[in-house]
Design a protein around this ligand. Structure first.
Ligand SMILES: [Fe+2]
Ligand SMILES: [Fe+2]
Length: 342
């Protein structure tokens, strides 16, 4: 069970990170790490049959997939996704399905011509911070350049400011304990600092952070709030805190290491807040809402595992301290075990 006390949670996160550094993970009948992820810097792209003919029977599953920390590029045969091509706006629900995510926060665009037998979809997501409801994630190009990655992280940190502002208003509306309201307020202030720090880092590496777009939404009921908190707070923000802790402990770039140390401490407190909020919500919801939240939590864990099972560029690992693919999977496994035991 994960504790809601920030200091205790911090100790657990630090021990998970220490455990992720060089300890082989055996999972799913095989070893994760070692040779098959030793080329983490390369784009672990399956061979694309660009020159091959489209098969007689339309293949509906992706024919190639390249994943990065914030972007996933997926290729389909055009016959599997008719009408999706350059210049066509793709609805969010279609993106989520085609990009292979369960979350409703994925955005995508296609870069093929109408006559091309292949559809290349650029999908965007990222495990940083708490994404607000109504967040419109701008598409990226799959780049793993330091500037581009930190620019996306800066955008997500800025989006977290909105997330906590919205959450604070909703908690007041639902009569939540004042300690939870105060934690949301404090978290919002900290996210302002995070966004500024990540903007500085992004600009240093030539990145151009964008201002997040968040569409206005009416206040959510307790069930919707609990679903969002379970996914964005207890899972994604907690994993973000683990990644930040890893960066604070391993980044070779001193500025990044120092900035991530402060962010890791704050993000761990945000994760502890999410756990405390989940406990309060659990106590005020009925059985059916609790079951729905639990099912959503399990789906979100499955989705996150897919997201972190991706190659990471060597510069991101060495200079910026991001966990490589094997370390990410170890961190994820540790977090999942702790969360499911709670
Ligand atoms: Fe943050
Ligand atoms: Fe946060």
């Amino acid at each position: 069970m994960l504790p809601v006390r920030p200091l205790a949670l911090r100790a657990i996160f630090r021990s998970l990170v220490l455990g992720s550094l060089g300890v082989p993970l055996v999972a799913c009948g095989g070893q994760v790490g070692g040779d098959h992820v030793g080329n983490d810097g390369g784009n672990d792209t399956k061979e694309s049959p660009k020159d091959a003919d489209v098969p007689d029977a339309c293949v509906t599953s992706p024919i190639s997939s390249t994943a990065g920390p914030c972007d996933v590029i997926v290729e389909y045969y055009a016959c599997a996704v008719p009408g999706v091509h350059t210049g066509v706006s793709i609805p969010g629900a279609t993106c989520t399905s085609l990009c292979g995510f369960d979350s409703g926060y994925v955005n995508c665009y296609a870069t093929n011509a109408e006559s091309d037998p292949h559809v290349v979809l650029h999908c965007t997501t990222c495990v940083t911070g708490r994404r607000p409801a109504g967040y419109v994630l701008e598409v990226g190009d799959g780049s793993q350049e330091l500037g581009a990655v930190f620019a996306r992280i800066a955008e997500l940190e800025a989006a977290s400011i909105d997330a906590f502002a919205i959450l604070e208003r909703e908690l007041v509306l639902h009569g939540a304990p004042t300690a939870l309201v105060a934690s949301a307020r404090r978290s919002r202030r900290e996210e302002i600092q995070h966004a500024r720090a990540m903007r500085r880092v992004a600009k240093r590496f030539g990145g151009s952070p964008r201002i997040p777009k968040v569409a206005p939404r009416p206040p959510r009921d307790l069930r919707a709030l609990a679903l969002d908190n379970a996914i964005e707070g207890c899972i994604r923000e907690a994993f973000g805190a683990l990644v930040a802790t890893h960066q604070a402990m391993t980044a070779k770039d001193e500025t990044i290491r120092v900035e991530m140390a402060r962010i890791a401490e704050d993000e761990t407190r945000h994760a502890a807040f999410s756990l405390a909020l989940a406990a309060w919500l659990d106590g005020v919801m009925d059985d059916s809402a609790r079951a729905e939240v639990d099912a959503a939590r399990r789906r979100a864990l499955t989705e996150l595992e897919r997201e972190v099972d991706a190659p990471v560029a060597p510069a991101l690992v060495a200079l910026a301290g991001f966990p490589d693919r094997a370390a990410s999977l170890r961190l994820f496994t540790g977090l999942r075990e702790a969360l499911l035991a709670s």
